[in-house]
Ligand binder design. Structure first.
Ligand SMILES: Nc1ncnc2c1ncn2[C@@H]1O[C@H](COP(=O)(O)OP(=O)(O)OP(=O)(O)O)[C@@H](O)[C@H]1O
Length: 347
């Protein structure tokens, strides 16, 4: 397919997204990265190309092109003209009202139900990774996603053991480096509902990466439920934000929750259709941020072999390998391991 690159519409930690037009006049979005650094985008392309749902951004194709004397790998997708859910939150004055939250949540839950039924864990659900198109919200950015081959089995291969995502949206078991399965996406969905309701982080008082990870991993706390939400909405949040992943509702259970009953027009059919330069987290001296005198939160039996929050944070770092990068944009920091494909994002 012939296509022409237009202006930039978004920049992530790894890629630049531009608008483009096809020779047939269709408008599309093209996510591009230098071919030599395209490992993550190729992996994203592999996962996205196998998906087809009205609640997931549509895959169009991929290409290798020359741009400004650089060979680029391009992932072509459906163009979501209203940008991300974060853009929608800003446009609505900084937070969404409950009917809008219910509306978008319905789409995201249906998207998760579809992904999980195909064995895909998204691993980075948050407002920035939900796009808004003509027909509603769509899950995008599969750069952290992974396939679980045998969801019912406890044995996991190396890929299934990867831990990734954005710490403010990380489930406790993920923050502890234990596992990242379907329930982790449900926790992140709960955090995204809080993001829609407040326009901010689910953990607003924790801006420091290590404090955030300590709190999520080791405390018994939950993010605060926004007071203005109805009992139905709070009950929905309560089903998502359970610290024990086994107690969280599945996406299939959540689609039937009364909080989403308002939804009438959701299509359920299958669709055929400026970041800073990355620098090493070690260069930033993250471990010097960890105050030995910081009070450890309650430890549970699951990580009894670890006797201090420092060890847990160090284990998280080791899980992410040696080539760890972070990248600030809109206050988010993304950390990736280019060798083992492990990814961390820290707010
Ligand atoms: N299909 C699309 N239609 C419209 N805008 C898009 C589309 N895809 C991405 N964008 C815009 O580009 C931004 C960056 O895209 P994306 O999150 O996929 O990149 P990324 O490099 O994986 O980001 P990060 O790793 O930092 O989350 C999005 O937040 C959104 O604003």
């Amino acid at each position: 397919m012939e296509w022409t690159r237009g202006h930039v519409i978004g920049r992530g930690a790894t890629a630049t997204v531009s608008i483009a037009t096809s020779s047939l006049g269709d408008v599309l979005a093209v996510k591009s990265v230098e071919l030599l650094k395209s490992e993550f985008l190729k992996r994203e392309e592999k996962i996205l190309s196998a998906l087809s749902s009205p609640f997931v951004v549509g895959y169009i194709g991929c290409d290798v092109t020359r741009y400004n004397n650089t060979i680029m790998f391009d992932l072509m997708m459906e163009y979501a003209r209203y940008g991300s859910l974060v853009d929608a939150i800003h446009k609505c004055g900084g937070c969404l009202d409950e009917p809008m939250i219910s509306h978008y949540t319905s789409h995201i839950v249906h998207g998760l139900e579809y992904l999980h039924s195909t064995g895909v864990v998204h691993c980075d659900i948050k407002g920035r990774n939900i796009l808004i198109g003509e027909d509603g919200a769509k899950i995008s950015d599969f750069g952290c996603a992974k396939r679980i081959k045998n969801p019912g089995e406890s044995t996991r291969d190396d890929r299934e053991a990867w831990i990734g995502g954005t710490p403010a949206f990380m489930a406790p078991e993920v923050a502890r480096g234990e596992e990242q399965g379907f329930p982790a996406d449900i926790w992140a969905l709960g955090c995204t509902i809080i993001e829609m309701a407040t326009g901010g982080s689910p953990w607003p008082n924790l801006t420091h990466p290590s404090s955030l990870l300590y709190r999520i991993a080791l405390s018994e706390e939950l993010p605060e439920f926004p007071a203005f939400l109805s009992d139905k909405a709070k009950d929905f949040l309560n089903k998502c934000l359970r610290r024990d992943p086994k107690e969280r509702w599945t996406a299939t259970q959540l689609v039937k929750h009364p909080f989403l009953e308002e939804l009438s027009s959701v299509k359920k059919s299958t669709n055929d259709d400026t970041a800073d330069s990355p620098t090493s987290i070690l260069d930033h001296g993250i471990w010097s941020f960890i105050d030995e005198s910081e009070t450890p939160y309650n430890h549970s039996r699951t990580y009894s072999t670890l006797n201090s929050p420092n060890q847990i944070l160090k284990q998280l770092s080791m899980n992410s390998g040696s080539m760890v990068n972070w990248n600030r944009e809109d206050s988010w920091i993304t950390i990736r391991d280019s060798e083992d494909n492990n990814i961390r994002r820290i707010q």
